[in-house]
Design a protein. Structure first.
Length: 309
């Protein structure tokens, strides 16, 4: 069995709907799973997501109640990623698993990714693969020294090689130290993955295909064109999947976190125009206002972090 999954809260269900619609188009033989880091909401019809199996994160074999107390919403969503992978391999019998952030959309066949499993069991996508011309604002290369060389909006694994060694090690780190505390060398689940090519060199494949995980942090090196109803990156490779990170449909700009705009990078605006239409059609106005069930005050620092002060 082959699986694709995402992790989110109820307020991201519109984005998840777009993701799974694209997976069902370009990966028809994949089973789709959504790990909900939230409680089921009485006003949401989860049957309105055909072909998607919802799994409550609190049912995973981890100390979920303790994680709620110490992690914020981003930390909690990211810390269960390794545990979700293990669930799909161990409980669902998956042989291949692709993780995508809910704000990603596929634009080409997933076989473009699967082919790499002939050489490796771990697939990573770098944030950038060429230097960024230095200027004021973000991103510059130092951003990724704090947040990770690889973007964990995507991770592909197959059940061979060191995949379970990776998951056991990574799960331990994210469940215990999955904080967003960059001054302590911690950035949720993502910064740990810098070590993967070093710890598991024989199992790791770094994808240098610029059509994979294009997003608002690598627009200095990637431009879009459109031909025959298909998007191409740098007029050379097909766009496999785009990461609409930090996009807000009611502001309709590339991202509030980065210096790139539709003025500086007009080639991506048609893609965002389409995504905005899909978000509205997918119910973003309904879902985005849903309150997180585990909302609480900012969690206390762990004993580990207190010692580092």
């Amino acid at each position: 069995m082959k699986a694709a999954f995402t992790i989110c809260t109820n307020n991201y269900l519109a984005q998840a709907r777009i993701l799974f619609s694209s997976i069902q188009k370009f990966a028809k033989d994949y089973k789709c799973y959504l790990f909900l880091v939230d409680e089921l909401h009485p006003e949401i019809d989860y049957k309105d997501f055909p072909g998607i199996e919802f799994i409550l994160a609190k049912t995973l074999p981890i100390e979920f109640s303790g994680l709620i107390k110490k992690y914020d919403i981003v930390e909690l969503n990211t810390c269960v990623k390794a545990s979700a992978f293990k669930h799909l391999f161990n409980e669902k019998g998956a042989e291949i698993v692709h993780y995508f952030d809910p704000d990603i959309e596929l634009f080409d066949e997933i076989t473009n990714l699967d082919v790499h499993f002939e050489q490796a069991s771990i697939l990573l996508t770098p944030h950038i693969i060429t230097p960024i011309p230095w200027q004021e604002g973000s991103p510059n290369e130092n951003l990724f020294l704090n947040h990770g060389l690889y973007n964990l909006g995507y991770l592909g694994l197959t059940n061979k090689g060191d995949y379970m060694k990776l998951l056991d090690w990574w799960e331990n780190r994210t469940l215990n130290m999955g904080y967003n505390r960059t001054r302590h060398g911690l950035f949720v689940d993502q910064l740990w993955i810098n070590y993967v090519p070093l710890f598991f060199p024989g199992s790791t494949k770094i994808l240098f295909d610029q059509g994979c995980n294009m997003g608002p942090w690598n627009l200095h090196e990637r431009s879009l064109s459109h031909k025959d109803n298909k998007f191409f990156v740098n007029d050379s490779v097909s766009l496999k999947f785009y990461h609409f990170s930090s996009y807000k449909y009611n502001q309709h700009e590339i991202s509030g976190n980065y210096r790139y705009t539709f003025t500086s990078n007009p080639d991506v605006k048609p893609l965002y125009d389409l995504y905005q239409e899909k978000m509205i059609a997918s119910g973003v106005k309904l879902y985005s206002g849903t309150k997180w069930a585990y909302e609480q005050k900012k969690p206390f620092l762990s004993k580990f972090l207190k010692k580092k002060k």
